[in-house]
Design a protein around this ligand. Sequence first.
Ligand code: TRP
Length: 450
Amino acid sequence: MASARGEFSSRLGFVLAAAGSAVGLGNIWNFPTQAASNGGAAFLLVYLVLAFTLAYPALMAELIIGRHAHANAVQALQRISPNAPVRMFGRTAGLIGLAVASLILSFYGIVAGWMIAFCISSFASVLGLESVSAWLVSFGFARNVIFMLLFMGLTIAIISRGVQDGIERWSARLMPMLILTLVLLVIYVLTLDGASEGLKVYLLPDFHRALSPDLILRAMGSSFFSLSLGVGTMLIYGSYIDDSQNLPLVGGMVTLVDISIAVLAGFLVLPAMYVALHNGVEIFGPGGELLSEDTLVFSVLPELFTTMGPTGVLVSILFFFLMTIAALTSSISMLEVPVAYCIEEHNVSRKTGVYAIGGAIAAFSTVILLNFDTLFGFVISLTTRYSEPLLGFVFCVYAGWILHRDKLLQELRKGNPGIEQGLFWKIWPWWVRVVCPTVILAIFAQSIWG
Ligand code: TRP
């Protein structure tokens, strides 16, 4: 049954695809800017603790449910439910997850489109096409729609090819390129004047700030979004892993790759900010707060790149190319959520499903662009602040309370016969039952009443 639905061909294939999903605009853009505006090393420290203690166990909940049920989130939650009301609840939660994944893609595609536009803009300036280059980096409806459609087209093209030929092959090609580009950029930026100032901010914690509840909540949300949790993405990827794989191990590898890339991106963005400062670019306001927190990548970094002279153009092309790759391996994992559901529940062909759903999401992105001021921020906070934590809570409850302990053990034993003796089995079952739901509810409560 599993192979008829498509399956990753190897452990490496799965790890690259899942890590590709996890590593995205969240790690390379969101994490470093959050760190920069929330006490640098203090944020890094809290983020690291939460990623291992909260996000990793929640990731395991999704992977285990997915592989156990060999189905998309809607069917998986229904399948493990003991009775009709719980089944109904699971189905509803799965459908909401599917809608949230589509909504996340609708704003993600817009931001990723900007990345492509900035990358091509640098190319255009190399060719001396200055007016084209300037148009590409200025905010406008035509540019926004064209590049959103381009990005969505790429996402649709990859997903229409299925699990092994599409998701796995492209993640395996793009992920190593991404890591290499990032490392080269970090090495380059660290040789520049002013970089050491940024390194200090990033590596010397101010413990005063590490204990602030606001910082802890932000770090939690960040780690959650970064591992693609709470919409069924990791659940569906889990359903494509074969039974011989050791789930806690592969989940751990994905978490490590995700965290490492976020931390590595911090070594690029924080020093780069201070290099920019050193070169006379304003990045802090009078109160010491970061200017243009949300758009740092699109304003401060290009300015930094231009101050670098001819090399700056190359660095700029590389950087925005890297962002595009990172966004693409994430966007394919979002689109797979509604697509897998349509294929498995409504028997549509993969191609039809992908074109119809991808088209509908692109149409919604256009609606967002037409009402940018009202819809853009609203969709982002609706999905990432409210829906994701609540659905993550539901996945943990299903793994901890509804999926029977024997079934969990049976599932984990498949790839690791000695699991019962290990630390993971001693801690994880009650952790996901008690600690994770409590902490996630706290995030949710904070975003409503905080
Ligand atoms: N994790 C990705 C990032 O850091 C974004 C992402 C991909 C995502 N799939 C997701 C976020 C599913 C939430 C849900 O950019």
